[in-house]
Design a binder for this molecule. Structure first.
Ligand code: IMP
Ligand code: MG
Length: 178
């Protein structure tokens, strides 16, 4: 599996430093509140579970599954495949995402939660690819800006594989075909 990786970009130590900084901000901001924390499955599961352990306020974990991707190309459509169970009315919502690429997924999901009456909506992302953006969307907290390559590991997959790599890396070109 490691042979399929061109280059390691962000390892566990680098991610831990950033996650600690973001957790400190969130712990200050949400003290005394009870947000609904919404990991975006499947990609965010590893990052979310690491980050959530660093949060010290009361919260509900309620994942959502959205899909806009097939292989390495965005189809441009965002579908809620599995919705959250919680009523978000008058509660803060914090999305946790693996990577913001075109921006379509979080643009669409944040709009849905505002429409449902969330008192606030914020987005934490492990990675951001600003060069790939097609809609105007900005995360509130981000660990790292990433190059416009296809990345895998730490939850990020290529056709379901490589999520278990303990780092974020660039997938070798010969491994996938556009
Ligand atoms: P967006 O709607 O284009 O921002 O899509 C974001 C989603 O696309 C992420 O949640 C990922 O699941 C997927 N994605 C975008 N870039 C990559 C990548 O480099 N590797 C793996 N998945 C990616
Ligand atoms: Mg995702």
């Amino acid at each position: 599996m490691n042979n399929d990786i061109e280059k390691i970009l962000f390892d566990q130590n680098k991610l831990d430093v950033k996650m600690n900084q973001i957790a400190t901000k969130l712990n200050k901001k949400y003290e005394g509140e009870q947000p609904i924390v919404v990991p975006v499955l499947n990609g965010a599961m590893i990052f979310a579970s690491d980050l959530i352990k660093k949060l010290n306020f009361k919260l509900t974990i309620d994942p959502i599954k959205a899909s806009s991707y097939e292989g390495t190309n965005s189809t441009g459509k965002v579908k809620i495949v599995q919705d959250i169970k919680s009523d978000v009315k008058n509660r803060p919502v914090i999305f946790i995402e693996d990577i913001i690429d075109t921006g379509r997924t979080l643009f669409s999901l944040t709009k849905v939660m505002k429409k449902r009456g969330a008192s606030s909506v914020e987005v934490v992302t492990m990675l951001d690819k600003p060069a790939a953006r097609v809609v105007d969307f900005h995360a509130d907290y981000c660990c790292f800006d990433a190059p416009n390559n296809f990345l895998v590991g730490y939850g990020l997959d290529y056709n379901g594989l490589y999520r278990n790599l303990p780092y974020v890396g660039v997938l070798k070109h010969e491994v996938y075909a556009y």
